[in-house]
Design a protein around this ligand. Sequence first.
Ligand code: GLN
Length: 404
Amino acid sequence: MSDRMRDTTAERLRNYRSSVFDEASALARRFEAVDLGSGTPDMPVTASVAQAVSDAIAVGRNQYSPVAGTLALRQAVAAHGARFYDQRIDPVTEITVTNGVTEGVYAALASFVDPADEVVLFEPCYDSYIPSVQLAGGIVVPVALSAPDFRLDSAALLAAFSPRTKAVLLNNPHNPTGKVFSKAELEEIAALCRRFDVLVIADEVYEHVVFDGRRHVRFATLPGMAERTLTLSGAGKTFSCTGWRIGWAIGPQRLQQALERFRQYSVYCAPTPLQYGIAAGLALPDTYFAELAAEYQARRDLLVRALDDTPFHVFRPDGAFFVLASFAPSDYGSGGECCGVLARDVGVVPVPLDTFFASLGRAQDLVRFTFCVRRELLATASERLARMGGGAAAPLSSVTLPSC
Ligand code: GLN
């Protein structure tokens, strides 16, 4: 017998790399660069929301909530759905509180996907999606959203559907492109879901971060979609508390029952006092939500203006927190290298996009910058980016950089 311990990591996890967001932050610390990697908002949590958490703790609301979540938060989620989307939701039977939306996505896939079921998603996609489908035993069927406008290609969409399609995993507004799907595009997806009898898992966590007067369309409100859609959203982006890990899943009771079975044996429930805080947040006046969108629009404009004066080609986002930027392959060897060079030579760190694609090659010339940090930091980032000039990018030096 050898005294070396074998690799105990489960095989299904071995091909996944560490978080690009953590790596970007590490690069930022190492080079004292502005971290525009992770979409981590830095707005303060509204005082009344924080107070509601303290109050819940003080009055002893510190134990497990039901698996489905506290009734207070489920009622607030239902009221928010009625206020913003004229949607009728039963808070008792049609909502499950999740531990953030990333957990909600995984729980949904684990609850509905059988081995070899196909899941259609739009690529690039948020970096947890592909592993989540695979860990649930499903097969990823990507539909490319291509630059410059990331418009949905009807032929590619139709080609992705088959009798084996179990679910569509939709993210709107879309991370990382900043695309907001048009109503016509959403209707096209809806028609195919009806035709092939497919479930829709709609991650709408950026529902309140849409720009230039747009209004978010909740997929479940399209004709015939309420019965086959699980809407996922959450508090992190809307109330600037991504560390609280509070999200929710809205949809018909039969979907909730499956979700509950999976979650009762995995996470059980979300933190109880924080659920009370978010119930208070969802009741904030309309002005809160309008001001949030206006602030992020101003931040978007700052970053897009700064990037426009660099060698990057920029895609102007209509929603969410991110700007995609492409570079000439002759400037940097890969997105990871680009991030390393920017961290060291410019003092700004984006994230590479390789984990946002099912096939690595397609991410080679793209990086994603977030603009969810405060304006002073964006101003510093802009000054630094301005030093790049508008011509050729900084040359790649021979220094070995950590892949980011
Ligand atoms: N969802 C956010 C993003 O895309 C944050 C991810 C993270 O930092 N874990 O950046």
